[in-house]
Design a binder for this molecule. Sequence first.
Ligand SMILES: Cc1cc2nc3c(=O)[nH]c(=O)nc-3n(C[C@H](O)[C@H](O)[C@H](O)COP(=O)(O)O)c2cc1C
Ligand code: SF4
Length: 642
Amino acid sequence: MKFKHLFEPINIEGFLLKNRITMSAMPTGFSCTNGFVSKKMVSYYAKRAKGGVSLIVVEGAAVEDKGKIYLSQLMASSETYLSGLNELAEGITKSGAFAVLQLQHGGRLAMGSNPMSASDVSFTCPCTRRDIVPTSMTGDDINATITSFTNAAVLAKKAGFHMIEINGGYGHLLSQFLSPRTNKRSDNYGGSLEGRMKLSLDIIESIKGKLGDSLPIGYQLMADELLPDGFSIDDAKVFAKRLEDCGIAYITVTSGTPESFFNGDGLFAMRSPEGGTSQISRDIKREVTIPVFATGKITNVQMVEDILASESADALALDRPLFCDPDVPVKARSERISDIIECVSCANCNDRVMKGMGADCTVNPKVGRESEEIGTGSSVKKKVLIAGSGPGGIMAALTASERGHDVTLLEKGPKLGGHLKAAPKAPGKKSWITFLDYLQNQLKESNVDVRMECGLTEEYLKDNLPDVLVIGTGVKLKKITVPVSEGREVDGPGAVLFGKKEPGENNVVIGAGFIGSEIAECIAEKGKKATLVEKLPSLAQDMDLVNRTILLRKLDEYGVQFCLNSKLVEITKDEVIIEDSTGKRVEIKADLVVNASGFNPANDFYPKAKDMVNEVHLIGDAKIPRNIHDAVHEGYQIGLNI
Ligand SMILES: Cc1cc2nc3c(=O)[nH]c(=O)nc-3n(C[C@H](O)[C@H](O)[C@H](O)COP(=O)(O)O)c2cc1C
Ligand code: SF4
């Protein structure tokens, strides 16, 4: 067998896990807004259990209202939630996995304007909660919190969960107590490591006092805060031993908090190093005899196997890889590796939850729709023509073909992928290549008739009239509307990304959305000067917060110059002339000028097509220039609707 270590069973306090892939807690926002388990949530977790994972840690359930982080967070704060939690535990168990409920308290991360924490220390990162100063918890608050965790554990047991996991990571309440940065208390819950560990240890003792060994407890440990003066790996080694002494069943090793994520460290950004916490889990594993799990950015099964083989962890706690593809374990067992949809760490899922929406997956539009009756078969077989092989076009082709239609996909160039070919060339975005590979493999295995170097023309359409035409022909660059001197070339982003044009000493990028900003980084990392000209007051506003912060830090490190609130006036042979934010005319030397001012849909053929074909759909950027997520989801939906 190819993945020998991965499929070795492991015993956790009498529960024999069939393999080493466990699912760790990941917020989905799938519960109802008042914290009850929804049908969508039950189906979502059951689907992952059916996919072969051995144990599922359900997303953090808030133990009390004051600990709730987002509106649709799952709750475990009273008996009201029992029947839903019971349905959830049963759904997981019946589908073949052990069910674990994670218990969570957000502390200063909690919603509302008056959250509690170890001390009145607010965030230093540019997050939305930066201006809120939490209230330092009193002795009564601490006792009430211990009771809330204990009651929630009793509830989980009643609901049929096999174990619980205590959330002590990612900057939530217990890690706020552990960290000397956020715990400035002078009572017995602060000061020394002994004091800072006390709240976690008291909670465990209280739960054990109530339930004995009848409900094993896992602990999600922040083994390194990744911040100066933060909770360190040395503290974590001591704490891990204490957790074992207190009867903890397993430890999941995490690192970082929202503050360190904004520094570009931690586990979640596109640029975060692969392999997650497998380095520090090895350090923790040396200190204890209980199972230790590694987590974060472990994106493929070979990596899982290697981590296990090197004895860096006893099991893996995967979240986004299983969110993205619920069938990773069964696909790995049958060695169908190219069928696995790998997470690209785009951060969309988490970003959506934090914005109050349910999570969905950029690269797998089926996620979150597990409870819907999505029929694969179509009653009438149709001739479907899809123009454009960007992610939207390919997804539409695969979905329509899977439903039994006769599908032809046209690509006017020599390579599949549209702009998805450009994305992995941008700094820190290499991971997109796995999605392009996946789509290409799926196409090869499908019945889709792919025609390369074949554009959509009137002649083609006349000769091959389809029942349905889907136009996913992407975008064309917006034209520069100011005067450009004769002979002066203005290039598109692709020229830099694909290495067709080398930057000179001085370079100007027009437009500082995320594409323009990434082009500036590409230029500056080669040691050349880059200036971004943008009419808006800020950079890369069209990017998620974490990846954006990292990009801005890189631009700063490389000394990229910005001219914000600036108007383009003219492009001459040697310069780009602008009117800056004060209305002053500024001439910027430019050996290379890149137009990243945006795109227009490339859909000129649409009106003509509508005259020729009964049913015509525009999808992806050809409808409105946006992103991979929207193209993929639109392509999938059209594929289902035909
Ligand atoms: C250099 C470059 C980088 C890009 N990076 C991303 C990205 O990180 N995330 C994203 O959603 N879209 C990104 N896009 C935009 C998508 O590629 C584009 O919206 C998508 O391919 C449209 O699909 P369609 O051609 O099927 O309509 C990028 C585009 C370019 C040119
Ligand atoms: S691909 Fe993006 S949306 Fe999907 S699981 Fe990974 S990070 Fe989340």
